[in-house]
Structures are given as C-alpha cells and as structure tokens.
Design a protein around this ligand. Structure first.
Ligand SMILES: [Zn+2]
Length: 428
C-alpha cells in the first residue's frame, strides 16, 4: 500500500471500506474483517485514487490553419476513471456548459467518471488559431468572464498565452474574491509577473516560461523566442533556481504535464499506449503524420530530460508539484492511459515511488482544498483507491495493469471500461 502521504510503502495491509469510506487501515493481522466482501490483493499494489490537474474533456488535433478541439463527453470520463483518476481539473474548457453537465451527471451516478473541478473557458485575447475559444478584448471582459462562469458553476479558471498583465490581474482578482483559484499556460505574461499578480498555479512546468527571453516585449507572446530561451538553459542553470526560489516563496504551484511533450521525443507516439482507444482512421492519420519525426528530434529529448530535472528541483526546494496529462498534444495523449503513465515518468524523473504517488494525490488534494476528504488512504476519508495487479516497487510499468478503481467505495472494473471505450476516441 502506498498511502499518498509520501511515507514508505507498507506491506501486508488491510483496508476496511464501510459505506464508501475508509473505516480502518492497518497490518493485516491487526484489522479484523467483519462479514462482507473480501478482495484478496496478494501480490498487488494499492494507491489512492489519482487527482489529476491538467485534464480536458476535449480531444485536439491541429488541422491547419486551425487547431480543432472536439468535446469527448462519452469516452473521456470513463477512460479517466479506468486509468485510476477519481478527481480531475479540466484546466481550460471549450464547452464549459458540457463540462458542467457531465460533472452533474457523474455526481448523480448517471455516468461513470471522476469528480470534476470544472475550469471556465480559457481566458485569452484573439491571436491563437483555436476557433473554439471565447476571446476577451479588455481587462473588464476578463473579470466579466470569470464572474459569469463562476455564477454558472465553474470552480477554477485558466489564463492563456496572449493576455496583458492587466487582463491577468482582473481575472485573478475576480476569481480570488469568490475564493476560486487561477492557473495559467502563459507566454505574454512571465511566471514572475504572474506570481506577483497572485496566480495560484502554472501549467506545463518550465517549458513555457517566458522569463528568460532576452528581448521580451511586455504583454506580448513570441513562442519561438520563448522556446529558444528555454533550450539555451542548462539543467543546473542558476537562473532556473532563482525562478524556482521565487515561485516557492510566492507559494505558486507548478503542474507537470510530461505526457503532452513526450510524443515529440519519439519515445512513445501515444504515451501509455493510449492509441488503442482511438478510432482506427484517426490513429492511422496520426501515426503517418508523426512517423517521420519519430525519434529524430534530439533537442526534444534533451529538453524533456531537462524539464524532468527542473520539476524535481522545484519539488526538492519545497515547491508544490502537481501533475496532469493535457490530452491535446496533437491527438496523441489519451485520458486514463496517459494518467497512470505519469507515475512511470515521475519515477524516471528521480522521484521515489511514494513521492510520485503523492504528487498525483495528496499534493493535488491540498491544492483543491479537499485534503480532508481525499488524497490519502486514511481512516475517515473517501474510499477512492486504485488496485493495481503487480508490485510497483519491483516494476513501475505494472502501473498499466489497473484492475479495480474504487470511487466512494464503489469498485469499477478497469479493463472492462477500457475495452468498452476502445475505438471510440475521436468519434465522441
Ligand atoms: Zn491544456
């Protein structure tokens, strides 16, 4: 049992679930099992239900001149659950009304899926070629957007790449006034500027920081200059360490989204083997499109390794690291499959197994203010658990064998859900 607190793995444990809650955990010899259903977990691993922080209910693929974001209200919620995710944040919506309705249907038990922290529409000015986005024209619009969608039930907000600092400030102030948190995938606004404005979280780790651009123009995004500036930094760069110190001091969380960057390295076309969930036509198109790039872009591999090292440094220096998959990535990152794969990536980044699990459970629960209810395997908490066939200490890749995902004490058959959704992604 890996309990989510970061404490060492415990062996020979019994977990008693009564009415959807964890009634007791302890050494198998000490915990009496009353009559009821007993599941023998010998040789298996159990972790808390994963709380994933950069998820979406849409599937995306670039079809020049646009990027198309297509809502997947049928396949995505069950796939998330099957992969061990019992709570998720959407981190940017293109159909917030659909996301809100799905959250409702899940909470009423009409649909399988995780609990959802629904983020409002991306807060963004026009510039980016994504026609599904709602564009603002002023800081006043930013505040209006936050207030409208908070009234409609959204519980998080996300700033995007082409905002002014004034826009960001208006959105953050409006959200904070209502006790809601704001994250951002930034570019025009630097991490430091956003930290000064009170942002709560930053997406994609240091990949997207524009803090190191030499001739950065205020309030303007220049993606190529930004990514070049990051490529130039070394793993042990002092300027990254200074930025980390600043973010830690300002209590800004970072969301690691390694799976969305992984396909560019040619390591896994569909991180965690999510390709099997795609409709065959789409799978073929994507495989063909990226076959030539696969494994040949050495700068992507170097950058991927550096990002892992920086995220580890951030956590080691006291930063609150969260994780998510970001199922955009040109259609290659698939919910559920990529979520459990994150544990493999975090261990590869140098985290111990209990630390990797904590990033995907307790850290996120604390960020969401739900750590009294979820995030660890402890008496009194909701019985959100993932039973995995195999010993993760011996082989982290066993994480792909999710067997039963418990949400509120109700067990879902992971393999059956994956099978039932096979070939659906891209359709609905
Ligand atoms: Zn995203």
């Amino acid at each position: 049992m890996i309990d989510g607190t970061g404490n060492p793995v415990k062996e020979n444990q019994t977990i008693l679930i009564i009415k959807g809650r964890i009634a007791r955990t302890g050494n198998t010899n000490d915990v009496a099992t009353p009559s009821g259903k007993i599941i023998d977990c010998t040789g298996k691993t159990i972790i808390p239900g994963m709380i994933m922080m950069h998820e979406h209910l849409f599937y995306g693929e670039s079809l020049p001149p646009n990027y198309i974001a297509q809502e997947m209200p049928v396949s995505f919620p069950p796939l998330y659950l099957a992969g061990g995710v019992t709570t998720m944040r959407t981190t940017g919506s293109v159909e917030p009304q659909t996301d809100l309705n799905i959250r409702e249907q899940i909470s009423q038990g009409k649909m399988m899926g995780p609990d959802v922290d629904v983020t409002g529409p991306y807060i963004e000015r026009s510039g980016i070629p994504i026609p599904e986005m709602l564009f603002i024209k002023s800081p006043d619009d930013a505040a209006k957007e936050v207030n409208y969608w908070a009234d409609m039930g959204c519980t998080s907000f996300k700033l995007y790449m082409d905002l002014t600092r004034e826009d960001a400030k208006a959105a953050i102030d409006a959200a904070h006034k209502r006790g809601l948190k704001v994250t951002g995938h930034l570019c025009s606004v630097t991490f430091r500027e956003a930290a000064d404005l009170g942002i709560d979280d930053l997406e994609h780790g240091f990949y997207v920081s524009s803090d190191f651009e030499k001739e950065k123009k205020e309030d303007q995004c220049n993606v190529s200059a930004q990514s070049l500036s990051i490529l130039r930094l070394t793993e042990q760069s002092d300027s990254i360490k200074e930025l980390i110190k600043y973010l830690v001091k300002k209590k800004v969380a970072i969301t690691s989204t390694l799976p969305v960057f992984e396909p560019y390295t040619g390591r896994e076309t569909f991180p965690g083997n999510g390709g099997e969930a795609l409709t065959p036509v789409i799978k073929e198109v994507i495989e063909k499109k990226y076959a030539t790039a696969s494994g040949k872009d050495s700068s992507s591999i170097i950058q991927f390794k550096k990002e892992m090292a920086w995220e580890k440094q951030f956590a080691d220096m006291g930063g609150q690291l969260l994780a998510g998959i970001d199922p955009t990535g040109a259609g290659r990152v698939i919910p559920g499959y990529a979520d459990r794969h994150i544990l493999e990536l975090l261990v590869e980044a140098g985290f111990s197994l209990p630390q990797a699990v904590k990033i995907c459970s307790l850290n996120a629960a604390q960020y969401l203010g739900k750590d009294k209810e979820i995030g660890t395997i402890e008496a009194g908490k909701r019985a959100d658990l993932v039973l995995i066939d195999g010993d993760l200490q011996k082989d982290i890749h066993a994480v792909r064998n999710t067997e039963i995902v418990f949400k509120n004490g109700v067990g879902f058959d992971s393999k059956k859900i994956f099978e039932s959704m096979s070939g659906k992604v891209g359709l609905y």
